[in-house]
Design a protein. Structure first.
Length: 196
């Protein structure tokens, strides 16, 4: 009569890998068999010194380019966050942020990388966020930071355009991230850059 196999599992933290040991014990002549499977965990993948885990995704920063897809597969773009000008000054003496607010101008480069031309109002798909995730939308204001995008911005396939998008945010808010999406922000992907 054969015995029912019993399985025991133990986990060991060795170096940078968490090793899960599964042992199957039975009364056959072969004795117990041991299989090892590496299994990453947050603690296991962290390098010595408490830095970021080795397998953590890279966070996009100012200067980085993110490829984005639109709702139509032929509609794609490579979007670069080029520059951020905090507390930007309006280029018109009659335009001012509301009381208790300031302008933040974010410069994007949009390259139409798909088969279709990019044609949209870039400000519709852009926003900035604070560290708590509170989002702030764009405002219609040009600043001395530089020229804004034409509306609509129409970019032929393979070509690119450079322009600023202006946001009006409270004076006491620290802007932490910027986001951009195609199709006025309704596309399935959103690019995000860490700026704070």
């Amino acid at each position: 009569m054969s015995a029912t196999p019993r399985r025991r599992t133990a986990s060991l933290l060795l170096g940078a890998a968490l090793i899960t040991l599964t042992a199957t014990a039975c009364n056959s002549t072969g004795g117990p068999s041991v299989a090892t499977e590496p299994k990453q965990s947050a603690a296991a993948s962290a390098p010595a010194g408490g830095g970021k885990p080795a397998d953590a995704p890279k966070v996009a920063q100012v200067g980085d380019t993110i490829p984005l897809k639109g709702n139509d597969p032929a509609d794609t773009a490579e979007v670069t966050l080029v520059k951020v000008v905090d507390n930007a000054e309006a280029d018109n003496e009659y335009v001012h942020p509301a009381d208790g607010k300031r302008f933040v101008a974010v410069q994007f480069r949009i390259k139409a990388s798909g088969k279709k031309a990019y044609s949209d109002a870039p400000g519709n798909g852009a926003k900035v966020l604070d560290a708590q995730g509170q989002a702030f939308g764009t405002t219609v204001a040009d600043t001395k930071a530089g020229p804004s995008f034409q509306v609509p911005a129409t970019i032929a396939p393979g070509e690119s355009a450079l322009g600023f998008v202006t946001f009006e945010v409270p004076k006491d808010v620290k802007v932490d991230k910027a986001q951009f999406g195609l199709d006025s922000g309704f596309a399935p992907q959103t690019g995000q850059w860490k700026i704070g």
